[in-house]
Design a binder for this molecule. Structure first.
Ligand code: SF4
Length: 336
């Protein structure tokens, strides 16, 4: 279900703008399911009250939590089953954050990612994105939503923008706390600037070497790191939100002195922050994770050279849950 279809059905049943807003607000906050409260019959037109139970049941049936994997860092990885039996991952992050998935599978095929292994299976619809937020809110408050789970949000732009618009209005998430993550599809920069709710942007950089980036991200748009950073800088200046440059640290691949020089050359003076995430080692993926000392030394060196750098260990690593790994394990368990 898409959000605009849901709105159309509500209007056809007699909902005015305030009724519609109230229903969408309650849904995105997991109410009334969460509180057991029912919507007061006097509040809505009777024609709307007639169809509302069926619509509520449909919304509640969009997704359910199939499995929960708590991490020692306070995160929780949720394996979410969609109505057609497909599964996606959402991750409850420390400090009220939630990472959601925008696709089942992914067409970009990054060499270090499990999600891209099977290609794109299907889009996650806008209502299914909100359903992930509503399910997470059954467990704890959500005040930040990052689109960094399974999938490339740029390849599902209409659904993701629709979900962002709802979350940034009735969903009560501050606009800068909505983070759209992309490998750098040029359409993104234009569309997000025109959107009613403009999110913050995370760009998957991973290397400053154009040739290496083509190998690591084989089906990403063919933008050089320089062009990607230029587009990011324009977006950051237009919105006032710094760009989050993502860098998965791979041992012996992008953790050397030449990358430090490249980063200093490309990111000095830019309105952004570099998030370095040591790779989460996975069976069957031929990359290693640099030692903690190596990662810390790289972050320290960059800091000393004026690059705002944060070393982040991805949430829930202790549950073997890098992007796409829970789903991959669940699918494996089903077929064996
Ligand atoms: Fe897709 Fe992101 Fe995985 Fe790359 S890292 S294959 S863009 S899900």
């Amino acid at each position: 279900m898409r959000i605009h279809e849901l709105k159309r059905r509500l209007r056809e049943a007699g909902a005015g703008p305030s009724h519609e807003q109230r229903i969408l607000r309650l849904w995105s906050h997991a109410l009334p399911r969460n509180s057991g409260r029912r919507l007061p019959a006097t509040f809505f037109p009777s024609s709307l009250m007639e169809v509302l139970p069926a619509i509520e049941a449909e919304l509640a049936g969009l997704a359910r939590i199939h499995a929960i994997h708590p991490g020692a860092d306070g995160s929780e990885r949720l394996l979410v089953a969609l109505a057609d039996g497909q599964t996606v991952e959402s991750v409850l992050l420390p400090r009220d954050g939630l990472c959601v998935s925008s696709q089942v599978g992914c067409a970009v095929g990054c060499q270090f990612c499990m999600t891209g292994r099977d290609g794109l299976l299907r889009q996650v619809e806008s209502a299914e994105i909100i359903a992930q937020v509503a399910l997470a809110r059954l467990r704890r408050p959500v005040r930040k939503v990052v689109f960094m789970g399974m999938g490339e949000p740029a390849h599902n732009l209409d659904n993701v923008i629709e979900a962002i618009e709802l979350l940034g209005t009735v969903g009560n998430i501050g606009h800068k706390n909505l983070v759209f993550s992309t490998v750098g599809d040029p359409r993104v920069f234009e569309r997000l600037l025109q959107a009613r709710v403009r999110p913050a942007l995370a760009l998957s950089l991973h290397t400053t070497d154009a040739e290496l980036r083509r190998k690591l991200l084989p089906r990403a748009p063919n933008l050089t790191p320089e062009a990607l950073i230029d587009a990011g800088e324009r977006y950051a200046r237009a919105t006032g939100y710094p760009i989050q440059y993502q860098w998965t640290l791979l041992e012996g691949v992008n953790d050397g002195p030449e990358e430090i020089e490249g980063i200093v050359r490309l990111l000095s003076g830019k309105y952004g922050v570099l998030n370095m995430i040591p790779f989460n080692t996975v069976d069957g993926v031929a990359f290693g994770r640099p030692s903690r000392e190596r990662c810390e030394q790289m972050a320290r060196t960059l800091h000393a050279r004026g690059i705002l750098t944060k070393l982040r260990y991805s949430a829930g690593q202790d549950v073997d849950g890098g992007c796409g790994q829970l789903r991959a394990r669940a699918v494996e368990a089903r077929v064996t």
